[in-house]
Design a protein around this ligand. Structure first.
Ligand code: EPU
Length: 337
């Protein structure tokens, strides 16, 4: 095991923030997790790092950062309708999507181009364009630091919600996700109801609908709106879309007739945080090296040398202004370290 000390995490987070890790190790094999747990010299505080695409480093990270490099995809089983894939958690999410599409396996094509690793998919229950990861996750396997064992969690055990799961709640920091089983469909059900997809497919002049065509449409939409972290530091949506009561929504509608919403439950609707933030005048805002993306107000960006603290401060100003104007408390989607 190659243990490194006081290394910069800048290359390991898509925000491109330059904070250091006290200890750092690349996890090449799942068995190393047990070695780490048994090594009395290592700190007990362990942080699991995947693609680093949903974290904000607000300070130097104390303890041990374990960078997930576990790779491999195997077919666990299949029948005439489905295939069950066990995917190691360090695989790149978008590569899995492309691999599934090339084999004609449906279910995750709407989630093309989401940055990050497979291990992060269940933590966040990643979602886009009308589909969430929970719809295809059969089970999750993770190393439990206290139990000192690998434990399997069924889909029901994971308590999936909107950008939420048990791994962000009760099991936060207790589990290192090592692999995920996905149940994909050999006979696709197409999800094109989400507004921009249909529009994009028409624009692309697709002769016959396919999972490949859907992924291409999603890739085109995402590339046009979301900044490429290789060019501008960011962590995708910085905030969750807030759910508010229908009464609150109707009240807002009287002053803002154009306010968009998504159905959420019988008594609540979800309002796009990007819209709320844009209304407060933040879209395209820049202060020093921090800013709000000019094409999607839900994304906070680092133009170069912004610190985690500066980004946090900007997000706080945004939260306050949305609260003042709409009476809505925005919740951060990114994980703050
Ligand atoms: N909008 C604005 N101004 C903006 C941004 C959005 O008015 O600056 C409005 C749009 O016009 C539209 C609505 O808000 O009416 C929704 O916008 P969009 O379709 O871009 O999606 P979103 O609600 O902002 C969510 C997810 C994204 C996901 C897209 C597509 C969350 C927090 N974000 O964004 O996920 O890709 O839907 O399904 O749920 C991520 O989680 O990192 C992420 C990018």
């Amino acid at each position: 095991m190659q243990l490194q000390q006081n290394i910069s995490l800048k290359p390991f987070n898509t925000f491109g923030i330059d904070e250091s890790a006290e200890y750092f190790v690349e996890l090449e094999h799942a068995a190393m997790l047990e070695e780490i747990a048994n090594d009395a010299a290592l700190p007990k505080q362990v942080h699991a790092l995947g693609g680093g695409s949903n974290i904000l480093l607000s300070k130097a990270v104390s303890g041990l950062v374990v960078h997930n490099k576990l790779k491999g995809i195997v077919i666990e089983k299949e029948d005439s309708e489905h295939v069950w894939l066990r995917v190691e958690a360090g695989e790149i999410w978008h590569e899995l999507v492309m691999y599934a599409i090339s084999n004609g396996w449906a279910g995750i094509e709407n989630l093309a181009l989401i940055p990050g690793t497979v291990g992060a998919a269940p933590i966040q229950n990643i979602g886009a364009y009308g589909v969430e990861a929970k719809e295809t996750i059969e089970s999750v396997t993770g190393w439990h630091w206290e139990e000192r064992a690998f434990i399997d969690y069924t889909n029901a055990d994971c308590n999936f919600g909107y950008r939420d799961s048990i791994f962000k709640g009760r099991l936060k920091d207790k589990i290192f996700i090592s692999s995920v089983i996905f149940k994909l469909n050999k006979k696709p059900t197409f999800h094109t109801a989400y507004g921009p997809i249909q529009h994009e497919l028409e624009r692309m002049n697709i002769a016959e609908l396919s999972i490949k065509a859907i992924a291409d449409a999603v890739i085109a939409i995402r590339s046009s709106k979301l900044p490429d972290p290789k060019k501008i530091g960011n962590a995708g949506s910085f905030f969750k879309n807030p759910a508010i009561s229908t009464e609150h929504f109707e009240m807002l509608q009287t002053n803002y007739p154009g306010i968009p919403c998504y159905p959420f439950s019988e008594t609540m609707v979800k309002v796009p945080a990007g819209w709320l933030i844009e209304q407060c005048g933040w879209k395209g805002y820049r202060k020093g090296d921090t800013g709000v993306h000019e094409k999607q107000a839900l994304v906070i960006v680092n133009y170069g040398k912004a610190s985690g603290e500066e980004i946090w401060a900007l997000s706080g100003e945004i939260v306050e202004s949305v609260k003042e104007r709409f009476g809505i408390s925005l919740e951060r989607e990114v994980q703050v370290w």
